[in-house]
Design a protein around this ligand. Structure first.
Ligand code: ADP
Ligand code: MG
Length: 272
């Protein structure tokens, strides 16, 4: 199972949209996909058409009460399963702090189901707290969605430091797989500047031995598309809401990119 944490401690950059729609595209392409909602706001859960108030256990039970993962996941589409979130997850950060092995609970919970899925994508909340550390400890790869505006790289250093810390202490195989530019407006000049900034930063990191030494800006970006913002309120992925729109096309490209790197991922990861 290829586990990808979708992470950026900034809110509103496209994390949840990316998890819901990339996972849906992977599932439609025949991959068996598990998505985890680790954000107490439960946006991924809502996006996939599940009412958080109707979730009795979900991610909270897995993280805090050691309920086995397979008892809490639900099939939400063909080939697509969800570990839903509900309001109880708000308290999980504080409760996790008092638990032994508090950073690797998710990793152990996922081990039991790893044989059933080809992909696991984790939607993180806008923080670098314990839930996010659990996602980083459980993942092999991090995908960082970034909105290319003028503060895009603010906080980026802290994000990479956190990844590096987990990489050194808990999860030596962890790699930053890539940076996905979301809400991209090709008419503006700024996105291209931000993209160039990131690319030169990453170029400097080549051979550095850090978790992001091989990271790249994904060759495909997500264009700003109002349909992507409308789809969640209907509990639909973009592939259901408007399969012909730019947003659907862009997320199919992200899924295609991931599938094209399946072999690379499998052969360059001797630690796993
Ligand atoms: P995050 O999970 O990082 O907080 P979201 O995925 O929820 O971010 O996106 C923030 C808001 O922007 C949501 O309302 C979402 O529907 C909208 N959105 C995300 N991607 C796009 C896009 N490419 N074009 C237009 N709106 C988008
Ligand atoms: Mg979100």
């Amino acid at each position: 199972m290829r586990t990808i944490a979708v992470l950026n401690q900034k809110g509103g950059v496209g994390k949840t949209t990316t998890v819901a729609n990339t996972a849906a595209a992977l599932a439609m392409a025949g991959r068996r996909v598990l998505v985890l909602d680790l954000d107490p706001q439960a946006h991924l859960t809502i996006h996939l058409g599940v009412e958080p108030a109707a979730v009795s256990g979900g991610a909270y039970h897995v993280m805090i009460q050691a309920t086995p993962m397979d008892q809490q996941i639900m099939m939400v589409r063909p080939n697509l399963w969800l570990l839903p979130a509900n309001i109880h997850l708000v308290g999980a950060e504080a409760e996790l702090a008092g638990l032994p092995e508090r950073e690797t609970i998710l990793r152990h919970a996922l081990e039991a189901v790893a044989g059933h899925f080809e992909y696991c994508m984790i939607d993180c909340g806008p923080s670098l707290g314990l839930l996010t550390l659990n996602a980083l400890s459980a993942a092999q790869e991090v995908l960082i969605p970034l909105q290319p505006h003028f503060l895009a790289l603010q906080g980026f250093g802290q994000l990479l430091q956190t990844i590096e810390l987990v990489n050194r202490r808990i999860n030596p195989g962890l790699k930053v797989a890539g940076i996905l530019l979301c809400m991209y407006d090709s008419r503006a000049s700024l996105p291209q500047e931000v993209k160039a900034d990131i690319e030169s930063f990453l170029a400097n990191a080549r051979g550095s031995g850090t978790a992001w030494a091989d990271a790249q800006v994904l060759p495909t970006h997500i264009r700003r598309n109002i349909k992507l913002a409308e789809a969640p309120s209907y509990g639909k992925t973009i592939l259901e809401y408007d399969p012909a729109c730019n947003g659907a096309e862009d997320y199919r490209q992200v899924a295609a990119y991931l599938m094209a790197t399946e072999h690379v991922q499998a052969t360059t990861r001797p630690h796993d």
